[in-house]
Structures are given as C-alpha cells and as structure tokens.
Design a protein around this ligand. Structure first.
Ligand SMILES: Nc1ncnc2c1ncn2[C@@H]1O[C@H](COP(=O)(O)OP(=O)(O)OP(=O)(O)O)[C@@H](O)[C@H]1O
Length: 623
C-alpha cells in the first residue's frame, strides 16, 4: 500500500532526511552509492587512470619547491653563510639543473593534472548521465499516487538542475578535493621528516580548519536544501502557468501569477545569497587561518635557521609548502560549500530513486495474451485518502464485447472505477478481474495492452502524427497506421496536412484542433487493437459537427470490444447496451438504458456503432 519509502504523498512531503554533519554527508553518500554503483563499475578503468594521474600530480606538487632549496642553499653558502652547509662544487651547474628540474616538474604536473581532469570528468559525466536516465525512467513508473503528491516542476528540477549540480560538483569539486587532501597529507609528512616542530604548526592548524569547515558546511547544506526547495516551487509555478497560458490570459491572471512567482523567486534569491555568504565566510576564515600559520612558521622557522637546525633552503621549501597549502585549503573550503550544496541535491535525487512504485508486477505475474474482454469488479473498495473510500464494495460484471455506459453524479467515482481497469491504481480491497484473472496476477504491460483508453482531453506528444499514432506499437507498418487512422476518421485530414503523417504536432498536440487531436488519439487507441476500450468523457467539449465525426470514429473503434463509456451525456448513454449508475461508491442501478434512464422522451439514442446510423439523425440529435 505504501507508495514510497519517502512518503506516500510524493517527494514534496518527504524531506524527512536531514543531514546534520560531515558524518551525515558520508551517510548521504552511502545512501546514494547503491544507485551509483552499477554506473561506476563500467568506468572503473577511467577512475583508476584518473587516480594514478592525480597521485602523480600530487607528487609533482610536493617536488616543485625542492629545486628552490638547492639554489637558495647554494647561493647562501656561496655568499658566506655557514647555515646552508658547504658550497657546492659546481654552483652554476646546480643552479642550471635546479631550473631544468623545475621546468620538467611543472610540465609533468600539468600533464598529470590534465589527464586526471579528463579521466574524472569523462567518468563522472557518464555516471551521472546514467543516474539521470534512471531518475527519468523511475519517475515514469512511479504510481499515480506518488505523482498526485508531487508537482511536475519540482520533479523536473530534481531531474535536471539537481542532477546537473551533482555532475558539476563531482567533477569540479569532489575529485579535486580528494587531490587536495592527499597533497596536504603529503606536505605534512615531508615537513615532519625534515623538522617535526614546524610540522606541528601545520598540524595544529588542520583541526581548527576542519572544525570551522564542518560547522559552516552543515549550515550551507541546510540553506541549500531550502534554496533547492524554493527553486522546485519556482519551476512548478512556471510549469503550471505556462502550461495554462490560455487560461492565464483569458482571466487576466498575469499580475497574480507574477506576484506568486515573485515571492518564490525572492525566496530562492534570499536562500541563494545566504548560501553564498556562508561559503564566502568559510573561504575567508581559511585565508586568515593559513595567514596565521605562515606567520608562525616564518617566525619559528627563522629561529631554527639561526640555531642551525634548518638550512635557509629548507625554510624556503616550508614556506612554499605553506603557500601551496593555502590553495588546497582554500579550495577545500570552497569545495566543502559546494559539496554541501550538492549533498542537498543528492538527497532530492535519492528521494525519487528510493520511492517505490505502488503498482508493480508481482514476481508471479504472467502476461495474459489475447483477452476475450470479460471484466469483473468483485467487492472493490478504493480510496485516495485513507478512511475516505470512493468505491465501497462495488460489484460489476461486464461480458466480452458488451458496451456499458457508466453514469452518476460528478465525483461519484466513474473515472476512479475505470482507472482500476487498466491498473493505473489498485483496489484497497476486492479484485478487478480480466477473463477471470486478478489484474495483480498479470503483467502490467499485458494489462495495459489489453485496455485502450480515450480521454476527454486527449494529450498528444510533441512529434509527428505517425509517432503519436504508433506510440504504443512503435514497429507498426504504414498500412497498419493508415488502417488505424481510417478507423479514427483521421486519414483524410492527416493527408491534407502539409507533411501528411510526418507533420509535427506541437507540444500536447497544440497545432491540431480539438476534434483532430481526439481522432489522432482514437487512432492511437485503435493501433492497440485491445479487447477492452475505455472512453472517459471522450465526447465532451466538441462542437456538433466534430462530435458527429468523433462518435463515428468511436463507434468503429469499439465495435466488437468490451466498452466502458463514462459520460454525463444521456444521449451517449442511450447508445449503449447497458447503463450502470454509480452512487455512494456502489452500483445502484444496472440495466437497459430505457430502464435506468427512463424512456428519454423525445430524444433518439446515439448509436455508438460502426456505421453511426443516419448522419442526419445524428446531426439533428442535439437540435
Ligand atoms: N487524484 C485524486 N486524489 C484525491 N482524490 C481524488 C483524486 N481523483 C479523484 N478524487 C476524488 O475521488 C472522487 C471520485 O472522483 P472521480 O474522478 O472518480 O469521479 P467522477 O465520477 O469521474 O467525476 P466527474 O464526473 O466529475 O469526472 C471525487 O470525490 C474526487 O474528489
């Protein structure tokens, strides 16, 4: 029953997971890891190569100041001080060698850095592209109950910008950060070998730094989560408004929508600025810390040189290390902030991936093959909200090929009833059976291939007319497509379009008229050749002429198939063999139309059959 581990009401209500420290960041990673693992495995070689290149780069970074030591000590000794030891035999050669080594080290370091960046970027991008595909795939399979509790904009934000942020951060922050930590450790080890006292100064700085950065990164992550949430709301509002731009303009809602957008926009700005301020604070406090450490090393180091414990060249190496450490530490501070932000994005992505679809194939599910179309509801209870059942122990049997109109007051549960037939939802109690099989024992795919649905507002996808018609049967031949279009009465108008079947219809089929859209949707349903057809208010909202054409098309579509006609239109109901009336979540009347609906006075029935009767009669029906 529970739709998601993150909560049944979609991910919007599911921000229960609240990381509190760097330890939680680790926990957060462990939570993400199972979703990454199978994408990381094929990239193993790249990760290994990248790591080797990174180690080489770190090695070069550590070597870089050493030529300086020999030059400084040589010069100092040559100019008369004993602190630097004896004067090298061939000072000009030493200086030349040092300069040459420096050049080689810098070149090798650049090459290693290039190789590690390329390897890690390639691998990281591939892994997260795979994760994004998983999220999309998963979102499509999540049950309607999950989508009821989520907003489209927020889910799109998780799919796009949250994954992009993870991608960016993993490549530009996470991996360099690992390199920086290794460099820091390497520096401390080298310094400890040369002079443990100076190493102590560096080591003392580290815990202070870690404390500051973990405290601030925790706050950054909290603020980032709020910011991502605000951005999700922003995207929801934009999707909603732009998706209904006609209504917005018709009701002059621009200002009101603008105001709501403004509020979400400001909230996103506010959180964004807070996060930036915290990150900047973290970076600057690191600057100060490194500055203090440099001053201490300079002071203590100078004493050690004067005492003869260190050479001036070695002090130069220490100071260069500290300066070099300055960058990794500052970067760590910068990356900690970004990684904390990515942590918030990661949680949002994991929440989606961990949500479990409610309607899934049972392990024992098997395909039904070609069904006859016998549909039964046995004691079906169904509710959207626990404790508020919409269907209450409903019983209904429909014979193969029977055409049944389902009528009832608005909100009586008609659409809910038919959503159970194609197993968009499962009953809480009781069973829905197709040819005697409980739908839960059949594979989802075979159930959905057995039930063709035509809705009131048929949604087409951006693409060609042909792609829309063959949506569920992509390998259909041209002849099959044309046959389906003829059943739907769409062939003539489609061939009159500029590119015929290859004409691209806009988003949601917006470049076609309502009636044309409906007929393409009927062709899509006809393509399935399903034994059961559900028409959910498929005639509502069409003008008289179009309605006549669509009625004809639906008649042809449903001929010989078990058909459920959900309608408020009593004429359409009269065209069916049987009318079922719903009330209070149960069937309260079932029988021939004239019995359930009365004799309908002077209105002739609308024949929902293949030849649709006499067109004149149909045309005069609404008069
Ligand atoms: N996704 C949903 N989440 C929560 N409640 C819902 C949802 N969809 C429908 N309902 C509620 O379930 C009840 C039955 O809705 P349903 O759409 O099945 O009725 P209907 O008979 O098809 O209505 P209409 O004729 O107006 O289309 C209504 O009270 C409705 O508010």
């Amino acid at each position: 029953m529970a739709d998601t581990r993150a909560g049944a009401g979609g991910v919007g209500a599911a921000n229960r997971y609240k990381p509190r420290s760097m330890r939680d960041a680790g926990r957060s990673f462990r939570r993400f890891w199972p979703h990454l693992r199978h994408h990381v495995r094929p990239e193993r070689r790249l990760f290994v190569l990248g790591s080797l290149a990174m180690l080489a780069e770190v090695g070069m970074r550590l070597l870089e100041p050493w030529p300086l030591k020999y030059v400084v000590d040589g010069i100092v000794a040559a100019t008369g001080s004993t602190a630097a030891g004896p004067v090298p035999a061939n000072l000009p050669a030493v200086i030349l060698l040092a300069a040459g080594s420096l050049l080689v080290i810098v070149l090798l370091r650049a090459a290693a850095a290039y190789a590690s960046t390329v390897c890690f970027s390639l691998a990281g991008n591939r892994v997260l592209t795979g994760v994004r595909a998983d999220v999309f795939e998963h979102l499509q399979r999540l049950s309607l109950r999950f989508h009821d509790g989520s907003t489209t904009g927020d889910l799109v934000t998780r799919l796009t910008s949250d994954v992009t942020r993870l991608k960016e951060v993993s490549v530009t922050a996470m991996l360099p950060m690992i390199g920086n930590v290794v460099t820091l450790v390497g520096m401390v080890v080298v310094v400890a070998v040369l002079d443990p006292l100076l190493a102590l100064v560096m080591v003392v700085v580290l815990p202070v730094f870690l404390l500051t950065s973990s405290r601030l990164s925790r706050r950054i992550r909290h603020v980032s989560r709020d910011q991502r949430k605000a951005e999700g709301q922003l995207a929801s509002l934009a999707t909603e408004t732009l998706g209904a731009v006609k209504v917005v303009q018709a009701y002059a809602l621009e200002d009101r929508m603008g105001g709501r957008f403004e509020r979400s926009n400001s909230s996103s700005l506010r959180e964004g600025v807070r996060a930036k301020r915290l990150s900047a604070g973290l970076e600057r406090s690191t600057d100060v810390l490194v500055g203090v450490a440099t001053a201490v090393v300079l002071f203590v180091g100078a004493q050690r040189v004067l005492d003869g414990a260190l050479t001036p060249g070695e002090l130069t190496v220490f100071l260069t290390y500290l300066k070099a450490a300055f960058k990794p530490m500052r970067d760590i501070a910068k990356y900690t902030g970004r990684i904390a932000q990515a942590g918030a994005s990661g949680e949002r992505v994991v929440e989606v991936l961990e949500s479990r679809p409610e309607v899934t194939d049972a392990s024992w599910a098997r395909p039904i093959g070609r069904a006859r179309g016998d549909v039964r509801f046995e004691g079906v209870w169904f509710s959207y909200v626990p404790g508020h059942p919409v269907l209450r122990g409903l019983d209904l049997t429909v014979r193969p090929g029977e055409r049944v109109a389902v009528v009832g007051a608005s909100g009586a549960g008609k659409s809910s009833l038919v959503s159970l037939i194609s197993r968009l939802r499962d009953p809480d109690e009781g069973a829905v059976r197709l040819d005697g099989h409980d739908l839960r024992n059949l594979t989802l795919e075979s159930v959905r291939r057995s039930v063709a649905v035509v809705l009131q507002e048929s949604v087409l996808f951006h693409g060609t007319v042909r792609e829309n018609i063959t949506a569920a049967v992509p390998d259909a031949t041209d002849a099959q497509v044309e046959r389906a279009a003829r059943v739907a009465g769409a062939h003539d108008f489609v061939t009159a379009l500029p590119d015929g079947y290859d004409t691209v219809v806009g988003e949601r089929g917006g470049t076609l008229s309502g009636g044309q859209r409906q007929r393409v949707a009927i062709a899509r349903a006809a393509m399935l050749d399903a034994p059961v057809v559900v028409l959910d208010e498929a005639l509502t909202g069409l003008d008289e002429q179009t309605e006549h054409e669509v009625v004809d098309a639906l008649g042809r579509l449903t001929r010989g198939r078990t058909t459920f006609v959900i309608t408020h239109d009593l004429d359409a109901a009269r065209g069916c063999e049987r009318v079922v009336r719903l009330d209070g979540g149960r069937v309260v009347a079932s029988g021939p139309p004239e019995v359930v609906l009365g004799d309908g006075a002077d209105l002739p029935p609308v024949p929902l059959v293949g030849d649709a009767g006499d067109p004149k009669e149909v045309a005069s029906r609404g008069a």
